[in-house]
Design a protein around this ligand. Sequence first.
Ligand SMILES: [Zn+2]
Length: 77
Amino acid sequence: MKNLKCDVCHSDITTAINQRSYMHVAHRELCESCYEELNFFLRPIIRTKQPFNYEWFDRLVKDSVEKAITRGKWDIR
Ligand SMILES: [Zn+2]
């Protein structure tokens, strides 16, 4: 059992059972609720990107996570 803290909201993440309670994204640890926030934030942006580009997406995820860490919340725009 590992004790991790979410890089964005700093809440404790327990990984006792499986990896469903935390997500490893862009070399950061995110709790499940922050991961959902990330997806919620990214969804409308991804919809505007045609055609979809995986490198662009990677960078978007990383930048979004880093901004959220800096601000401590998902108010990214
Ligand atoms: Zn979190």
